[in-house]
Design a protein around this ligand. Structure first.
Ligand code: FAD
Length: 381
């Protein structure tokens, strides 16, 4: 097994590290406080070709792969959580097209996302259907020339910015999972209503809204994949997108650890720096171990996708990476606040923001309880 990054991956990591340090980090506190979408950072990612790192070249991306994409995510999350959500959301919205869309759809939607013309959005969650995706109620009824959508979705990321959203819905509820389909709804479609932004604990610069479909007509060429194939595509989408959440979590953890190390070397109490106390040293060492192990499992999951995309190990490893790295992010960011004491609890330092941002990584794209169910299910079948 080769644990080294390739020259291309190192080049991508160093480029985004420089951009994130120089451009994203200085704005992160302001974006969080103002709860505004970081459009300037979206444009920087687009100009540098970083929105389509894992999208193949023929669809406008750079085709550098999932591990390279994780490196971009990790470095971005280290600097600005809200900006990193542009990238996690890009993964979630582009995968269904890569997995199941027609060539025509791929050339349209993937190209626009990869080239930075727009963000995409993916609408799965409903008020009464979160972990239990199949409990959803949104339906698409076949009519002449297309579908009529009815229902509503909640907590949809960046849908206020995106010109389209991939909607998971039932085309035939009597068939259960096998009656689920994916339909692309565009902003201009009549009967498509986007709600006001939610106010959140963290990732405050990401846009989170509800959606309503009221007899919303969508032409039949916007069916993504085949009727009834939606659930399968969705599950495969998560397999490929979960390492992105792991990488985002890893970035939060590494970012908080860096701040804690610097602070411990500066802060003097009892006539000594905090870093001279063994209690602090052990805490920092444990944080470093957790970050490094989270990095190992995240990179391993991503490189498995790059090197063996058909491997049956992918769902299990990607669930493990997402679960483990997000728990590490929560622990390490919380410990970083502890190391900074009262200052850590204030907005003078970024660790409280990183702690707030980290929490969602344990919840979205399948809660960590759901990851346990997936892993156990694979083991025990
Ligand atoms: C900021 C943000 C962004 C989001 N972005 C998107 C998006 O872009 N698109 C989208 O579709 N959704 C999005 N979501 C929704 C997110 O994916 C869901 O919140 C998540 O899947 C959990 O669903 P829920 O909130 O309904 O919780 P529930 O499913 O109600 O779960 C509540 C609790 O019960 C636990 N639980 C549930 N079932 C079980 C079980 N069988 N065994 C043990 N424990 C269980 C869960 O782990 C959790 O702890 C977003 C949410 C947020 C907050």
């Amino acid at each position: 097994m080769d644990f080294r990054l390739t020259e291309e991956q190192i080049m991508i990591r160093d480029t985004i590290r420089r951009i994130a340090t120089e451009k994203f980090a200085p704005l992160a506190a302001e974006i969080d406080a103002q709860e505004r979408f970081p459009l300037e950072n979206f444009n920087i990612l687009a100009e540098n070709g970083l929105l389509g790192v894992s999208i193949p070249e023929e669809y406008g991306g750079s085709g550098a792969g999932q591990l390279a994409n994780c490196l971009v995510l990790e470095e971005t999350a280290k600097a600005c959580g809200s900006t990193s959500t542009i990238l996690t959301n890009q993964g979630l919205a582009s995968e269904p097209f890569l997995i199941s869309a027609s060539e025509e759809m791929k050339k349209n939607y993937l190209y626009r996302m990869a080239s930075g013309q727009c963000q995409g959005a993916m609408a799965i969650t409903e008020a009464n259907a979160g972990s239990d995706v199949a409990g959803m109620n949104t339906t698409a009824r076949k009519v002449d020339g297309g579908y009529l959508l009815n229902g509503s979705k909640i907590f949809i990321t960046n849908v206020g910015i995106s010109p389209f959203v991939v909607v998971v819905c039932y085309t035939d509820k009597s068939k259960g999972n096998k009656g689920m389909s994916l339909i692309v709804v565009e902003k201009e479609d009549k009967g498509f209503i986007v709600g006001p932004p939610e106010h959140k604990m963290g990732l405050r610069g990401s846009d989170t809204r509800s959606l309503t479909f009221e007899d919303c007509f969508v032409p039949e060429n916007r069916l993504l994949g085949v009727e009834g194939g939606g659930f399968k595509t969705l599950m495969n989408t998560f397999n490929f997108s979960r390492p992105n959440i792991a990488a985002q979590a890893l970035g939060f953890a590494q970012g908080a650890l860096d701040v804690a190390v610097a602070y411990a070397k500066e802060r003097v109490q009892f006539g000594q720096t905090l870093s001279s106390f063994q209690g602090m040293q052990w805490m920092l060492a444990e944080m470093a171990l957790a970050v490094e192990t989270a990095r190992s499992i995240t990179y391993r999951a991503a490189s498995l996708i790059d090197n063996e995309p058909g491997s049956p190990e992918i769902p299990r490893l990607c669930s493990m990476a997402k679960w483990y790295a997000s728990d590490v992010a929560m622990k390490v960011t919380t410990d970083a606040v502890q190391i900074l004491g009262g200052y850590g609890y204030t907005r003078e330092y970024p660790v409280e923001r990183m702690m707030r941002d980290a929490k969602i990584t344990q919840i979205y794209e399948g809660t960590n309880q759901v990851q346990r169910i997936i892993i156990a299910g694979q083991m025990l079948k």
